[in-house]
Design a protein around this ligand. Sequence first.
Ligand code: ADA
Length: 558
Amino acid sequence: DTTETREQRHLDGTWEFTTALEADATPADFPAEPETIPVPCAWNALADYADHHGSAWYRRTITLPDCANVRVRFLAVSHEAIVYLDGERRVEHSGGYTPFEFVAEDLSAGEHELLVRAENGRSETTIPLPETDWFDYGGITREVVLETVPNVYIDDFDLRYDLASDPDGGRTTARIRADVDVSNCDRETDRTVAVTIGETTVRERVTVPAGKTSVELALERPVDRWTLDDPTLYDVTVALEAEETVVDDRRDRIGFREVTVDGREILLNGEPVDLRGVNRHEDHPEWGSAQPLRVMREDLARIREAGLNCIRCSHYPNHPRFLDLCDELGVLVIEELPYWHFDADDFERADLLERGERMLEEMISRDRHHPSVFAWSLTNECANEQAGVAEATDHLATVARETDDSRLVTLASYNEWVDRGEDRCLEHCDFACVNGYYGWYTDEPVAADQWTGFLERIADRRDCPIFVSEFGAGAIEGERTWERAKWSETYQSEFFETVLPVLLADDSVAGFTIWQFCDTRTSRDPMSRPKSKNNKGIVGEYRRPKAAYETVRRLLTE
Ligand code: ADA
């Protein structure tokens, strides 16, 4: 729950829908007899729109019992959205994985029309670019939440903290700073801002001018640290009070922990942590990218049963509820921006760098209170040898650190550039993520010495924790062979049997994420992949275990 005082409605359910409008259509063109579609949903997961790439329009009405200020928040629309309220353009957003919202003041009682134009066509001016190894599902893929807000309301809040431990190893004290943004669409007025963490509350009386203002509060309290074994979370409420009555509130949850690096190690609360993880796309044959909570829960259960404690959200910000589950279960997360295979020209085109910077800020602003998220990953396998890419990376790393100095910054490079000593981007990172495909995109079958050699070469080049962010092999479910042929479960299983012990034994390796958890759809221009899927899942598309799953589980847990 994100509020107790606001009247909140989830606009889930059936919306009117059409894919029949021209690219330059306006709200007035919405047909009188449209189709319908569920929200949230990825339209390509439905047979009728499986092949639809381009724009689509959504429409629904909302009825307000009284005149009200209304905040409408879209958790994600893939990939571009324009939102109209009663025919008036209210907000535009680009990027399919981060939220956006608008506030409409003083809406009259009665019926209003909400219209959304969504677009999942990709081009050379979108992030991601047209060719990716994941599918460009379209639609209102995450929830839409409507809530009424008073004239003076909390826009946002940001908690930052330092932790100090008792010298005798006793409890930890958190010194917390809360930055609360307040909006006032009326005249100047007085309010008390109250911040409650667990059972500790601080209050400050402030005069709120018309428009936007920020209030800073400080608070100190003993806390239990968030750890993998004991992921303690605290409820946070930020409230506005008028004459001791709460007139607005927003809620969140937070966990307190420190993430640092030391030499080759990544430390959680000052202790080295062995990160053993998996890459996970939001994909499922029935749901596409719009996964129900049940799928997220079950995926996490399978992941943890295999002895894994870390997830790389390849290659984009995941549903916030997935991060909630990781917070609760004590699973560490790397979140990433969808800069996939960009080169210097791509970064220079249109406003792709500014747009990515905005996505980065949106991702951090949405997820900054999740203790599970320990690193922001800026890019994946970009042309890291090019000066333009190094400059863009430097810029993004600076923005990430300025926006949030409590997490690590990284990016995923590729074995070839690192091997040749040509990577110019990893120097901007706190730890080096490297994707390695020895034993798969090579002529020779997998062998331990390919990997030991590779890890030695990276360690020579980068004096920081090394994180093998991708390694894996394709396997068609059910395919078993005597000769351990590529594309068989047998080969994939042997791949992990060979590579995992090497990674586990190497002191320069702070962690790894297997490529990948489940089989997923590739983009429409399939990258010569059987079934147009990326078949490197250790479980299949329906999450049935492949032989490799059992191998990984055995190697990590027995
Ligand atoms: C790359 C990329 C992944 C996936 C993988 C593969 O490393 O980062 O998204 O495409 O290769 O399966 O080849």
